[in-house]
Design a protein around this ligand. Sequence first.
Ligand code: NDP
Length: 234
Amino acid sequence: MTRSVLVTGGNRGIGLAIAKAFADAGDKVAVTYRTGEPPAGFFGVRCDVTDTASVERAVAEVAAQQGPVQVLVNNAGITKDGLFLGMDEEEFVSVVDTNFLGAMRVTKAVVPDMVKARWGRIIFIGSAVGMWGSPGITNYASSKSALVGLARSLAWELGKRNITVNIVTPGVIETELIAHVGDQARAHAMGNTAMRRPGRLEELPPAVQFLASEGASYVTGAMLPVSGGAAMGH
Ligand code: NDP
């Protein structure tokens, strides 16, 4: 397949693993990067998902380079953990602005071309804790559960245009995002994970690729956990 794929936050971590998987399968893959340099071998566009003009510019650059985006993976995300009582408004709002509104901005920029093409795949990277909740992450969990409402409402709006909208909800995956998480919190998370271990980076992309595939043409509004059983049933 040689579809035009865009992965936000594709310069490292989960996003880069997803981008590599699509590229290995033969797709044209663009990644956004906010800081540093784009990863070697990918068309990289600088983009801050909290800035609408930056998002629109990036999506236009991708369309000019490899054609309108057909598969969008909304992956960019941040954490700013802390207990709610001590969390200031900026710490709450900035996480929601990046993880939720950022994904909304990129989606808004690519949907018109998908509607024209009457085909598209939109995949949000949510989180198991979006449905489950956990102390110290009211901002992050809120941003991730909000994606569910966005994705499922969009699935209704775009279904008859042959555009599917789904959410992958990872559990704990070893990346820089969770480097700050202490031993006690890790032990707690593993105690709530049926497989009793964190996920490996390579265990996530196949779920995303499935949702982007022709084989998933009748799957929309779904939440697919890749969590080793954490938050199962939510
Ligand atoms: P990383 O911290 O390794 O990577 C985060 C990525 O998001 C980076 O590419 C970063 O770009 C990008 N990013 C952050 N803020 C912005 C912004 N304002 N504009 C554009 N890009 C931005 O995290 P992971 O790979 O672990 O996480 C990827 C996704 O998976 C996130 O949505 C996260 O919430 C989700 N997730 C991760 C889990 C885990 O255990 N790791 C569990 C559940 C969900 P830059 O390098 O420029 O900062």
